[in-house]
Structures are given as structure tokens and as C-alpha cells.
Design a protein around this ligand. Sequence first.
Ligand SMILES: NC(=O)C1=CN([C@@H]2O[C@H](COP(=O)(O)OP(=O)(O)OC[C@H]3O[C@@H](n4cnc5c(N)ncnc54)[C@H](OP(=O)(O)O)[C@@H]3O)[C@@H](O)[C@H]2O)C=CC1
Ligand SMILES: O=C(O)[C@@H]1CCC=N1
Length: 273
Amino acid sequence: MRIGFIGAGNMAGAIVRGGIASGRLRAEDILLVSGPDPSAQALAADTGARVAGSSADLVADSDVVVLAVKPQVVPTVLAEIHGAVAQWNPLVISVAAGLSTFRLESLLPAGTRVVRTMPNIAAMVGQAMTALAPGASATREDLATASTLMGSVGATTELDESLFSTFTAISGSSPAFVLTFIEALARAGVLGGIPKAQAVEIVTQVVAGSAAILQAEAAADGTHRTPADLIDTICSPAGTTVAGVMAMERAGFSDAIVRGAEAAATRDRELGA
Ligand SMILES: NC(=O)C1=CN([C@@H]2O[C@H](COP(=O)(O)OP(=O)(O)OC[C@H]3O[C@@H](n4cnc5c(N)ncnc54)[C@H](OP(=O)(O)O)[C@@H]3O)[C@@H](O)[C@H]2O)C=CC1
Ligand SMILES: O=C(O)[C@@H]1CCC=N1
């Protein structure tokens, strides 16, 4: 299957690099095109993918076209490829925040098969979480194709499109929230005298270990302990952890996270308006 990426920036780069590294995508099947800066050339040089002469040329040579430009640029790109899509009828997969399948379809020839997805940057290490929703003309096979593509860089889940803004907040954007937490906790380590690089290494292992516990719980038969259950196993009575958790909650830790996610979801809806 030939896959063309319109946009060769952070997200396309993460999918292309992660997919090739996992052995699930072949560089020779990947075509790239970008905007005024030579990001497609750079990604091609790095991965062995090829660069198309234009977005319309890319469509003519692709079974699947991935829209990986900023949401604000999508209408321009779809105007550029409208004729080629009418002629070649590729499956169009969007990774753009905010833009509904209805909106994308309205900018494409009638009957274009569209699948909306929301991956995250962890695609670059094969650990993305991607939601998928089919447009009006997409078939089960199209959804399976999109799922296979995104499955090459991590886990996938079908999700009702009405939930995409919330999903974008808690998955598409949230690696930045988690990294903000890591940066802050590492800074606390520095405050206590641990060198920054060592503090980041320590906190990264803690976050990976904590996630691994939850994944093991989810995979286990029987009762699955929730994050709240597990917090209780770490909080010794009158111990260090409960003192820390209480101080964090007094400072509004959980509230700050929910507010951050709500703001991201609101922005996703604004981008689609
Ligand atoms: N970054 C992330 O973590 C995530 C991003 N997304 C979504 O992915 C999409 C891309 O984001 P991201 O990769 O971060 O953005 P980047 O700015 O890193 O990349 C955008 C790419 O679009 C290219 N581009 C700009 N104008 C055109 C054009 N007219 N024709 C073709 N290509 C063009 C740019 O090329 P040039 O360099 O030449 O300007 C660049 O390669 C967005 O819609 C975003 O919502 C979704 C999930 C996570
Ligand atoms: O910040 C953004 O708009 C994009 C969508 C999800 C992650 N990055």
C-alpha cells in the first residue's frame, strides 16, 4: 500500500519514523510533501521515503493520503488536491485536531472516503494512542486500513466522533501534560540537590514504572486495581506520600489537570468551528 503524507513535520515524522522502525511501514511505499520549508526533504533524507513534486502528484501516486498539516492549512491543501482526489479516489486519513469528518468531506469531492484520527507524539517510539472515526463514505475496510496504519505506531481505538475533542485533550495533547509533570518533579529533585539529568532519568523511570503497574493490572484476570487503589498502597499512614499528595491537592493539582484538559478540548472545538 502506497501512503502519501501531506505535511512532513512533527506528527508525520513521528508516524513515518515509528512505522519504519517497527518494521510495519516500508520507506519505499512512503511519499512526502511539505510547505515552504524543506521538511519533506529532511524527513526523506532521514528515512529513505520519497518526496513528491506537489500535493496533487502525491495523491496520484498514493492509495492512502494522510493529512498531516496544521488544521488552519487543511482547507488550502484540500483545495489543491480536490481535482486529483476526484480522479484517483484515495482513502483520506486526517490527523488534524478539530476538523470533523463532515467538515473534511465538505472540502473534498462528494463520496470521498475519509477517516478522522487523533494520534499522539509517542508514535515516534511506537507507543502512540490513536482514536479513529469513519466519515460517511468510509467502509469497514477503510477503517481497518487506517487502524493498521496507526497500529504500526501504537495502540488504536474506535471512538464516537462526538468524543474527539475530549480524546484530543487526554491523549493527543496530553504527552505535553505528562512531560510538564516530569519536568516539574525533576526540578524538585534539583532543588533537593540531584543533578538535572539524573533527576530526569529518575522521574522518567518512575513514570514508566507507574504506567507499567496499571498496564499489568489491566492485563490481569480478576479485580483490576484503579489508580486510586494503587495510590492507597503507596500512602503509608502518617507517611511521606500522603503528606505529599495532600500538599499537592491543597495546591490544586487534580483541578489544574482537569482544567488543562478542558482548555485543550475547548481549543479543539474552536479549531473545528
Ligand atoms: N504534534 C503533535 O503532537 C500532534 C499533532 N497532531 C496534528 O498533526 C497535524 C500536524 O501537526 P505537526 O506535525 O505538529 O505540525 P508541524 O508544523 O510540525 O508540521 C506541519 C507540516 O505541514 C507542512 N505544510 C505547511 N503548509 C503546507 C502546504 N500548503 N502543503 C503541504 N504541506 C504543508 C509543513 O511544511 P514546512 O515545514 O515546509 O512548512 C510541515 O511539514 C496538525 O493538524 C495537528 O493537529 C495530532 C496529534 C498530535
Ligand atoms: O497542539 C495541537 O493542536 C496538536 C493536536 C494534539 C497535539 N498537538
